[in-house]
Ligand binder design. Sequence first.
Ligand code: ZN
Length: 183
Amino acid sequence: MFRRRPVRRALRAARPGPKVRLNQAHALFNQGKYVRAAEIFEDLAEGALRHRIPRAPYLFVQAGRARFYAGQAGVGLAQVKRGLKLFADKQRWGELYRTGKWVVSELAERGFKEQSEAISEWLIETLPTKVEEEIKAKAAIESKRPVLPLKCPSCGGSVDPGEVRWLDTVTAECVFCGSSLRA
Ligand SMILES: [Zn+2]
């Protein structure tokens, strides 16, 4: 037992850090290598969840999208819902609303009609009505925000202006890596 410890430590040291692996996953996704991207996103999501990092739900949703793109709709739906449920558990309604609506329309566009509807129904059941009204009013204000880069310069993840957290009027935060994004 005792003798094995240095070996394990060496293995851990050889493994690239989460930041590098996040970059890899986004790059693989952009190259159409969806299964490999999904595996990394899933691993990062589990790690983020264990360490209570707030971006965990985004990583599960991203893993789910990669599974859908790979044609694995069953696993995809499970991972997307896992991410969305994490938002709901923490009452992160704004993020649940924006991410949920966006995934619903993306899946419908990609031909995953049944799964898109399942998520849509679940969102209606889950989101408090009052919250939805508040978010819509806020979204009208947010639509006047400055234009952000399409991809995060730090991790390569797609930037959705509706999903990012704004730090001030011109600076937002990447949902995947936390880097500052400038308009
Ligand atoms: Zn990033």
